[in-house]
Design a protein around this ligand. Structure first.
Ligand code: ATP
Length: 234
């Protein structure tokens, strides 16, 4: 469904991605793990059109998207739920969700998306008139995911959905991610919480300083001594 081939990206003189090649198949959950600064967020930005690779190619459903704009990429079916609290803080929950649907104008389809999101996150329904900046961290995270789902993506990019959440809420968020996947959305997930990521992903890539150093089935990586030592704290 999605493929990156030898993608290199820079911030000024700093090379953040040093030739990344990876692929995601339809209906998979693929996770990207790696230490701080390894380049995980940069990969998502490159896919979403928020940062242009210097070299390499990104294709989505057989079409090259490397140089397409972020809004064209959303229209093609890729949507990003960014790290942390990057919701629109002065807008209400409802308005934030509406912003996520900027590519769509079919009223019936939109109502269906609202229903789907409120069914996944009843908390957002209860708080739809509340200003997003006053939501708790977990609620803002749910809103960021809900907003990304409003464009009805085929591929959902999730940047650290569990960041800063209490353990119980982390479980809830992961359960929801699984549910979203079971409803047919392909997922690329970045996680600091490597154990949780490996538990729900089908496959995983391990990234170190801009390079992929390991790629395998998640269950194989969960049992790998190198992964246990470096990422699972064992
Ligand atoms: P984390 O887990 O800490 O979020 P990450 O794996 O997502 O890290 P990236 O955010 O992709 O890492 O960053 C990769 C490298 O690029 C880092 O060395 C970072 O300092 C650098 N970088 C990221 N954004 C910028 C920027 N806007 N300007 C300059 N350097 C940047």
């Amino acid at each position: 469904m999605l493929a990156l081939s030898n993608v290199q990206a820079f911030y000024g003189n700093i090379q953040a991605l040093k030739g990344i090649s990876l692929e995601i198949k339809e209906k998979e959950i693929v996770s990207l793990i790696g230490s701080n600064g390894a380049g995980k967020t940069t990969i998502l930005k490159a896919i979403a059109g928020l940062m242009k690779p210097r070299t390499g190619e990104i294709t989505f459903q057989g079409k090259e998207i490397t140089n397409k704009s972020a809004s064209e990429i959303v229209k093609l079916g890729i949507s990003l739920s960014p790290e942390g609290r990057q919701v629109f803080p002065r807008m209400t929950v409802l308005e934030n969700l509406e912003m996520g649907a900027f590519t769509r104008n079919d009223k019936a389809e939109l109502d269906e998306s609202f229903e789907r999101i409120y069914a996944l996150f009843p908390r957002l329904y209860e708080r739809k008139q509340q200003t997003a900046g006053t939501l708790s961290g977990g609620e803002q995270q749910m809103l960021a995911i809900g907003r990304a789902l409003m464009s009805k993506p085929r591929l959902l990019l999730l940047d650290e959905p569990s960041l800063g959440l209490a353990p119980l809420l982390v479980e809830t968020i992961f359960q929801l991610i699984k549910e979203i996947n079971e409803q047919g959305t392909t997922i690329l997930l970045i996680e600091q919480n490597a154990r949780m990521a490996l538990m729900i992903a089908h496959r995983c890539y391990v990234l170190e300083t801009g390079k992929i150093v390991l790629a395998d089935e998640a269950k194989t990586l969960l049992e790998s001594d190198a992964v246990k030592k470096a990422y699972l704290g064992e």
